[in-house]
Write a protein that binds this ligand. Structure first.
Ligand code: RP5
Length: 161
């Protein structure tokens, strides 16, 4: 069963959001991915969010750029945790995306990640950590991933210059 949904405002967000997908692949977590635009397909957004629970999603990762209303509007229609990824925009480098996502009104939550690839990757990691709360195999894979990352730094921390 696909426990995570990755949605994005445009196909142009794909190169960023694929980092969330790759992180989920690392932990063997299946996901559904599709384009859902808050502004261009508002009725699809509502239908997606309102049917997310019956589809079995446990976490929704939503990435968008510019006037990035997608994560907040999905959160408005569902109780499922939403992780928002601000995609780097061409005009304001993603600060607009970040501000559009992060400042939610109290009572409707979006967990906002960093701008761009790091945020998308960490959204995938955070989704895996949430899934891992009820999945010991996923949790062990996350522990192994973190240990390998630490070891890689320790093995390469001496500089020659
Ligand atoms: C947002 O507008 C999308 O999330 C995307 O980041 C941005 C630009 O979309 P395109 O014009 O490239 O489709 O809705």
């Amino acid at each position: 069963m696909k426990q995570v949904a990755i949605v994005m405002g445009s196909k142009s967000d794909g190169p960023t959001m694929k980092h969330a997908a790759e992180m989920l692949d690392t932990f063997g977590i299946e996901y559904h991915a599709e384009v859902v635009s808050a502004h261009r397909t508002p009725h699809l957004l509502q239908e997606f969010a309102e049917t997310a629970e019956e589809k079995g999603y446990k976490v929704i990762i939503a990435g968008a750029g510019g006037a990035a209303h997608l994560p907040g509007m999905i959160a408005a229609f569902t109780h499922i945790p939403v992780l928002g990824v601000p995609v780097k925009s061409s005009k304001l480098s993603g600060v607009d995306s970040l501000y559009s996502i992060v400042q939610m009104p109290k009572g409707v939550a979006v967990g906002t990640l960093a701008i761009g690839e790091a945020g998308a990757g960490n959204a995938g990691l955070l989704a895996a950590q949430i899934i891992g709360l009820n999945d010991t195999i996923v949790t062990q894979k996350i522990k192994d991933f973190r240990a390998a990352q630490t070891q890689d730094v320790l093995d390469n921390h001496k500089l020659d210059f």
